[in-house]
Ligand binder design. Structure first.
Ligand code: PLP
Length: 361
């Protein structure tokens, strides 16, 4: 239950599209064709009410490769890139390993709910050496789906300080009932760069591609140069076939999966409460990731977050992610569980936790 992919086979239409492409038999150099971009424009319009401008999309072989090249192509060594911990941990290394300055503006946890620290954001983006804000929307690991209001406030801050806003929307289609996703591409500001991918949406992260949408011509040209340097023009034809099929035929499959994920989250809460294990899942609005407060359990055991995670792995035989992986302070006292799985896996996971908890020394 650690790595963020699901234990479900993909929609048969995706598999069939890849088989058909394989049967073609020729695997020479290829490219992302107009249909690859068109199917995503249609998907964005229909499911996110987002009209993407013609010619604004670039292909990338995945989210992190895209983010890496955007950092390299649009910022200078030593400039600041803002992230908001606790957050998907490669956000840290993609900044530091590319010799940019990591600027942390932690999320605020109040009344069991996470929000952005806008005063902090205004302060760090006012620094002339800050070049970019990297937002995770919806937010991995805390499961917040940012509202239109929150995103507009963030946009205003970035616009005022001339900072590029890069939004990782890989979880943008994984929205739980009662919540709605506001695509950053609707923010009506041309220095927002929105990145989406069929990887999580259709559970095909190993046949990966990403759609990078950049309305600003100058930024898009610079990004294209960086993408070319990064070798993005060599495209995996299976990833193109899979993306097209998913965005064309995958809606029903996704709805079905989202129903299962919502039921799993409720089931997890129910089973943990019944067993009286001191764990509490934070309310989530999106993603299939459960962000679980274990502070009381930690205190009880006299262990830190990593040690609890290790105990679970070694003794309960359940592998989840320690919260501290996503941020030393903000992740302390939390574990991240992946509940994108059949219901039996949730039952088995909680059974193992309960067995370990009740029989510990
Ligand atoms: C927020 C976020 N961004 C990016 C990725 C990875 O995307 P890719 O495999 O396309 O680089 C993940 C995977 O878990 C993620 O959660």
């Amino acid at each position: 239950m650690w790595v963020a992919d699901m234990d479900f086979p993909c929609d048969p239409s995706i598999q069939a599209a890849m088989v058909e492409r394989i049967e073609h038999g020729i695997f020479g150099y290829t490219f992302a064709d107009e249909e690859f971009f068109q199917v995503f424009r249609d998907w964005a319009k229909e499911t996110q009410n987002w009209t993407i401008g013609e010619g604004h999309q670039l292909y990338a072989p995945g989210m992190m490769p895209a983010i890496r090249e955007l950092i390299l192509g649009l910022t200078e060594p030593g400039q600041g890139v803002v992230v908001q911990p606790p957050v998907y941990n490669p956000f840290y290394s993609v900044v530091t390993q590319n010799h940019r300055r990591l600027v942390e503006n932690p999320l605020v946890l109040q009344n069991n709910s996470y929000s952005m620290d806008f005063d902090g954001l205004a302060r760090v983006t006012a620094d002339p050496d800050t070049a970019m804000v990297l937002l995770c929307s919806p937010h991995n690991p805390v499961g917040r789906v940012w509202t239109e209001q929150e995103l507009c406030t963030l946009r205003d801050i970035c616009q005022e300080n001339r900072v590029i806003l890069v939004v990782d929307e890989i979880h943008g289609d994984l929205i739980l009932p009662g919540n709605s996703f506001y695509a950053s591409g609707r923010l009506a500001w041309d220095s927002v760069i929105s990145i989406q991918s069929p990887g999580k949406t259709f559970n095909i992260p190993s046949v990966n591609s990403a759609q990078v949408v950049i309305p600003n011509d100058d930024l898009r040209k610079k990004a294209q140069i960086a993408f070319d340097i990064g070798g993005f023009e060599i495209v995996n034809p299976l990833s193109v076939a899979a993306a097209k099929a998913g965005y064309t035929h995958g809606r029903q499959w996704l709805n079905h999966i989202l129903g299962q994920v919502a039921r799993n989250l409720d089931l997890f809460d129910e089973l943990v409460a019944q067993a009286e294990v001191p764990m509490k899942r934070m309310e989530s609005q999106g993603t299939y990731l459960a962000w679980v407060d274990i502070s009381e359990m930690q205190k009880n055991l006299g262990l830190n977050t990593r040690e609890v995670q290790q105990e679970l792995r070694q003794k309960a035989r359940l592998w989840v992610s320690p919260g501290t992986q996503f941020g030393q302070d903000g992740g302390n006292g939390f574990l991240r569980f992946n509940l994108g799985c059949p219901e039996e896996h949730v039952r088995e996971a909680v059974r193992r936790i309960v067995c370990w908890w009740n029989n510990r020394d």
